[in-house]
Design a protein around this ligand. Structure first.
Ligand code: I3P
Length: 124
C-alpha cells in the first residue's frame, strides 16, 4: 500500500444525463428548476456535474453537487411533477432531489442502483 495514485470512488453506474431538480436544501424549500446533469453513481454518493465528464479525462470537472446516500431515502413520485418517471431522493440532512428521464428503463436502472447503494452505504 501507499502508492501515489489517488483513490478513485468506486463507480457503480457510469455517467449519463438525467434531469435533476433540487427542491429542498437542508429542509428549506427551493424553487423547482430542472437541469440536465451528468450523473455518476459511486459506492456512497451521487455526483452531479453540469458538463459531461470524459472517462479518460485526467482532470475531472468540478462537481456541481454531491448527494450523500448514506441514510438517504428514495421513492417514486407522481405528485411532485407533471413529468413521467420521476423519483425523489431525500438525504439525511433534509435535501430533496427529483430525478427524471423520459426512458422508463433508464429511470428504473438508476432508481434500483441508487436504492441498492443507499441500502449498502447505510448498513456500512
Ligand atoms: C415550474 C416549471 C417546472 C414545473 C413546475 C413549475 O415553473 O414549469 O418544469 O415542474 O411545476 O412551477 P417555473 O419555471 O416558472 O418555476 P414539472 O416540470 O416537474 O411539472 P410545479 O410547480 O407543479 O412543481
Amino acid at each position: 500500500p501507499g502508492g501515489s495514485e489517488t483513490l478513485e470512488p468506486l463507480v457503480q453506474l457510469k455517467g449519463e444525463h438525467l434531469n435533476v431538480a433540487k427542491i429542498s436544501e437542508s429542509g428549506k424549500k427551493q424553487r423547482k428548476n430542472w437541469t440536465l446533469m451528468w450523473s455518476i453513481l459511486t459506492s456512497d454518493q451521487l455526483l452531479l456535474y453540469k458538463e459531461r465528464q470524459q472517462e479518460t479525462s485526467q482532470k475531472p470537472g468540478s462537481k456541481t453537487d454531491v448527494v450523500q446516500l448514506c441514510g438517504a431515502f428514495i421513492e417514486w413520485t407522481t405528485e411532485k411533477s407533471s413529468r413521467k418517471n420521476v423519483f425523489q431522493i431525500t438525504t439525511n440532512t433534509g435535501s430533496e432531489y427529483l430525478l427524471q428521464t423520459d426512458s422508463y428503463s433508464t429511470a428504473s436502472k438508476w432508481y434500483d442502483a441508487i436504492r441498492k447503494t443507499i441500502d449498502s452505504s447505510t448498513k456500512a
